[in-house]
Design a protein around this ligand. Structure first.
Ligand SMILES: *Cc1c(COP(=O)(O)O)cnc(C)c1O
Length: 462
């Protein structure tokens, strides 16, 4: 097949039209998908045709049939799970990255992409006030950023007791203790599973889901072994931050590696108002965060930060005869994440940070928190509604008179379609959970959200 640049024009233009239609309609459209998985499969048809299809026709089919099965996650009234939207600059940058189609594993392959990721990494360390010597990698999300930090931790705590995990594996190795906040995110557990470290030991947390320092001290003193402690910046139910300084200093006295899962909450460091809540977090050894949540770049983009680049290279560095063999001081992109070949996803972070500027990042985070706090105080005026957490960040957990009442309000709320709030269970209580993670949520969205909750409360009583 001969190359013809003209062949790209119409499909790209067509995709751009559908994309702009989707974005233009996002705040008017009901948030829920109108078609189910099975209906969408049926609509597209599952017979692979013998003959090919014209690229424009492929895009037309995608654009017209796909829309009905999409969820309005980019709406300012979408508060489910912890899901960000996307801002214009990172979205457009992401398209360009796709068109450039660069294998982003090494600087010799793609100077532009690796240089921009290197700049984005430096800017992140600067904005978040984390140690300048840290390595910053761009995996798919916080799941893989947690995996990266914990992989570096595993190699390092074993090396400190003279065990080379790359050479000897884990069979017969000293057992690693992994202590975690009992309210950690599930991706800590899956990461430990991928790493062959088994289930972690849970440490009790307080009313806001912060690890209890006395319980942590008891756990650390129980017996000594190579130890990893996983803390979190941003509890998914309360948004709370650990007592970092005390917890990290204590863990370091016991020789532990401290990893922080800050998937959405680490960005609080960008705000001078919020930063004191995370005092001491910069003392940790590794941090995981997402750019596709609080920073509002398109999926997928996580950020893995490790203070000691050598520990990270130990986990992910590769030697192969067909790869250039000189090793520079600065780690290659492929030495910072689990993937070898990958897209230049860090460029979207560069685009987002450049578009926002330092003050814009801080405003983005502060606005989310103001919205969450305003929603919480308005919720407190809804009959029967109780807000269960101290709203220090972007998360609001609320409940009604009983679990059954909360469930029926949830059901009516989701039928409403104009807002999306997910249900959960926190400390044994059925809750509704708001996560303000979209850059565009504003006063009108808040007003409509509270109206929707009020209506759902009335409807659920009938
Ligand atoms: C979302 C989230 C994760 C997982 O992040 P992904 O981007 O889905 O991989 C991990 N920890 C916390 C606290 C989260 O909110």
């Amino acid at each position: 097949m001969a190359f013809d640049a003209e062949q790209f024009r119409d499909p790209l233009n067509q995709a751009s039209i559908y994309a702009q239609q989707w974005i233009a309609g996002i705040s008017e459209r009901g948030i829920n998908p109108r078609k189910s998985f099975d209906e969408v499969r049926d609509a597209f048809g599952d017979i692979l045709p013998d003959q090919g299809t014209d690229p424009v026709e492929v895009i037309n089919r995608l654009g017209t049939l796909g829309e009905a099965g999409l969820m309005g996650m980019g709406s300012g009234k979408f508060f489910g799970w912890v899901i960000g939207g996307t801002m214009p600059a990172p979205l457009a940058a992401d398209w360009l990255i796709s068109a450039w189609d660069q294998n982003s594993g090494a600087p010799t392959l793609t100077p532009t992409v690796t240089a921009l990721e290197s700049i984005a990494g430096d800017w992140i360390l600067d904005i978040l006030g984390l140690p300048k010597e840290s390595a910053v990698g761009f995996p798919t999300g916080a799941q893989m950023a947690n995996f990266g930090g914990l992989a570096a931790a595993r190699g390092e705590v074993l090396a400190r007791v003279g065990w080379d995990v790359n050479l000897l594996g884990l069979t017969g190795a000293p057992r690693i203790r992994v202590l975690v906040n009992e309210e950690r995110h599930v991706t800590i557990d899956t990461s430990l599973r991928y790493l062959g470290l088994g289930a972690p030991e849970e440490v009790e947390s307080d009313s806001q889901g912060r690890i209890r320092i006395d319980a942590l001290r008891d756990a650390l003193e129980k017996f000594s072994a190579p130890t990893i402690l996983a803390l979190q910046a941003g509890n998914i139910h309360s948004g709370s931050f650990e007592y970092f300084r005390e917890a990290i200093e204590l863990a370091h006295e016991h020789g532990a590696w401290v990893h922080v899962d800050g998937a959405f909450g680490l960005w609080a460091l960008a705000s001078s108002k919020l930063r004191p809540l995370l005092d001491g977090v910069e003392l940790a050894d590794s941090w995981a965060t997402d750019a596709h949540k609080t920073l509002n770049v398109p999926y997928d983009c996580g950020v893995s930060i490790v203070r000691n680049p050598t520990a990270l290279r130990r986990a992910f560095g590769v030697e192969a005869s067909y790869l250039p063999s000189e090793r520079e001081e600065e780690l290659w992109p492929s030495e910072k994440v689990a993937e070898l070949s990958r897209r230049g996803r860090g460029v979207t972070v560069w685009a987002a940070l450049l578009a926002l500027g330092r003050s814009g990042v801080s405003e983005l985070v502060d606005d989310m928190v103001l919205n969450a706090q305003a929603l919480a105080s308005d919720l407190a005026t809804v009959p029967g509604c109780r807000v269960l957490n101290d709203v220090v960040f972007t998360q609001v957990s609320f409940a009604f008179e009983s679990d059954a009442r909360t469930e029926s309000v949830e059901k009516c709320l989701l039928e409403d379609e104009s807002v999306w709030i997910s249900g959960s269970k926190w400390k044994g209580v059925k809750v509704l959970r708001i996560s303000v993670s979209n850059w565009s949520t504003d006063e009108k969205d808040r007003f409509e959200t509270i109206e929707a909750v009020r209506k759902a409360v009335v409807k659920s009583q009938i």
